[in-house]
Write a protein that binds this ligand. Sequence first.
Ligand code: HEC
Ligand code: HEC
Length: 217
Amino acid sequence: MMYKQVIIFTLLAVFLNPLSANATSAGELLALTCSSCHGTKGVSHGPATPSIAGLSKNYIIASMLSYKHIDNLDHAQDIVDERKNLDDVVILKRSATIMTRIAKAYSIEEIEKLADYFSSQKITLAVQDSDKDQAKKGEKLHDRYCEKCHEEGGIKPDDDVGLLAGQWQDYLRNSMHDFRNSDREMPKKMRNKIDKMVKKKGANSIEALIQYYASQK
Ligand code: HEC
Ligand code: HEC
């Protein structure tokens, strides 16, 4: 065989070999569609689109199913209850114009693959401006009202609570707005803490918390 033909043959073999195709996981291929908004490997350039790299698998699955089945959340809960590996996933309402449309295109199997892929990517904190004084106030508020569930300053996603530290501040502000408007369902105990905090420290305390999360580098 000519030298050139050998190269072409080898290249073809690499492309056609199902084993080498596996080197790019199904999750990674599916994730290409997400990268136009959420950035390469889930690290978003902001400002209102969240980074999803390093979120917990269960949290991503719960979010996607809630978006997908926004009109029938009981059905979404049934889907996870029926699957042994997902039986501790809790579906909470999440209204969102873009994601409710996108999530409809994915089966539960594909959602699991996407969740595997993004949960195994490295968390990268967004570089953004923040107000120092507010951030200091926010840190104290966080320790008192939020740290119990959002551990280590809001960067430990293991508890299936999302990511606060280094998340884009516009996204966090929108999320807090949605929670307080009930466009997004808050866990009951989180609502209690936030109501208590706002009553005691005023509505500005929420912005102080956001500045604290934005200040973490
Ligand atoms: C057209 C832009 C766009 C595309 C494409 C997109 N997203 Fe999103 N995504 C968003 C926005 C904006 C939000 C914030 C929605 C909200 O307000 O709740 C979001 C939120 C999310 C969240 C919740 C994050 C959190 O911290 O709670 C997850 C999970 C998510 N997207 C996964 C995906 C996956 C997986 C894909 C690919 C299949 C994808 N997205 C494609 C724009 C997009
Ligand atoms: C009792 C536990 C608990 C407490 C206390 C709590 N949270 Fe949460 N938080 C959660 C859970 C669970 C979720 C995930 C909700 C979901 O699945 O949509 C969450 C989600 C969030 C999110 C959305 C994250 C994302 O990626 O979209 C924000 C923002 C947030 N919490 C802020 C706070 C703040 C600020 C405080 C303190 C004032 C607080 N939480 C206190 C349990 C708690």
